[in-house]
Design a protein around this ligand. Structure first.
Ligand SMILES: NC(=O)c1ccc[n+]([C@@H]2O[C@H](COP(=O)([O-])OP(=O)(O)OC[C@H]3O[C@@H](n4cnc5c(N)ncnc54)[C@H](O)[C@@H]3O)[C@@H](O)[C@H]2O)c1
Length: 284
């Protein structure tokens, strides 16, 4: 096992809504928390001009090792995890903000291999998933029988690909997909992260048996709604343990990330700095 090391130097990959928020917090509060921002990378570097000090802008992601990060936070797109996740793990712990990438078994295996090879952890941000620890505990105890995550928002909040991109909403509320989370992630890579986090929190069910439901709802102009429904073992009378959480997260119209999720990511960043840097996947 790799020696425990508290991450101090942080790199941020992606400078959209989440990246901008994390970078401004790191610049404003980082030193007091023992964290130093060592680079920011964005696909379009022009977006960083004027707000990220030039010395912190990284223009070539493959050169991130030169900044000696302890932790790299991905808040860009699952594609970055597919293409660069293993490379990042060569140099640092990785906080995955787009866990839908892990629905791809090749990517998951590459990350696990790199994590063990280089002794770095793969942290996964829970994002919008409420009750992550409770789900994990029930799963670890062998009691989780089913888990279903429904994500509903206005169609403008979706970034859909493949067959889902041409799916038409009929009426005010349309179920665009209902089935295993693994089947949804490639076609809704930016809107299935909460479901992917649930699949990782519940490895006994995993991506093939956690059910994801994606709903286009014209009434949810400024809100992302996530329902988590799970069933546990039956009690003495035969009635099953059951939990249903309903999370209404205010969001700017058209945004893929709701307001409370931005705060949750900052907590994940701080949280993973407290966790042991052990190889493998850990939710935080
Ligand atoms: N885990 C969760 O629950 C959760 C919640 C919200 C967002 N997310 C994910 O976090 C990521 C960032 O979210 P955001 O709200 O900041 O998004 P955003 O659209 O505001 O910003 C994304 C940034 O990544 C860049 N980007 C987009 N596609 C890219 C690609 N193919 N390669 C490299 N860079 C690319 C964009 O230029 C932009 O700077 C997204 O993948 C999103 O799906 C996860």
């Amino acid at each position: 096992m790799a020696p425990h090391r508290v991450p101090r130097k942080v790199g941020v990959v992606g400078y959209g809504r989440l990246g901008q928020s994390l970078v401004s917090r790191l610049l404003a509060q980082g030193s007091g928390l023992g964290l130093e921002l060592v680079f920011v990378w964005n696909r379009d570097p022009a977006r960083m001009a004027g707000s990220v000090p030039p010395a912190l802008q990284l223009h070539d992601l493959s050169a991130l090792g030169e900044r000696h990060p302890d932790l790299v936070v991905e808040v860009a797109h699952p594609k970055i995890i597919h293409e660069s996740g293993a490379h990042i793990l060569h140099h640092a712990n990785l906080l995955v903000g787009s866990p839908s990438a892990l629905a791809n078994q090749t990517t998951e295996q590459q990350l696990l291999d790199a994590s063990h090879r280089w002794g770095h952890a793969v942290f996964v941000a829970r994002g919008a998933l409420w009750g992550t620890e409770d789900i994990s505990r029930l799963d670890a105890a062998g009691g989780l029988q089913s888990l279903r995550v429904t994500m509903a928002t206005h169609p403008d909040g979706f970034r859909l690909e493949g067959p889902l991109a041409s799916a038409h909403s009929a009426g005010s509320r349309t179920v665009l997909y209902e089935g295993p989370v693994r089947g949804l992630c490639p076609f809704a890579p930016r809107n299935s992260n909460t479901m992917a986090a649930a699949a990782l929190a519940a490895p006994s069910l995993g991506f093939d048996n956690v059910i994801g439901v994606l709903v286009a709802d014209l009434s949810l102009v400024d809100m992302h709604v996530v329902d988590v429904e799970l069933r546990g073992p039956p009690g003495p009378t035969g009635r099953n343990f059951a939990v249903h959480t309903h999370r209404e997260n205010p969001a700017e119209p058209g945004a893929v990330t709701g307001s409370a999720t931005v705060a949750a990511f900052w907590c994940s960043l701080l949280g993973c700095c407290e966790l042991p840097s052990r190889p493998g996947i850990q939710l935080c």
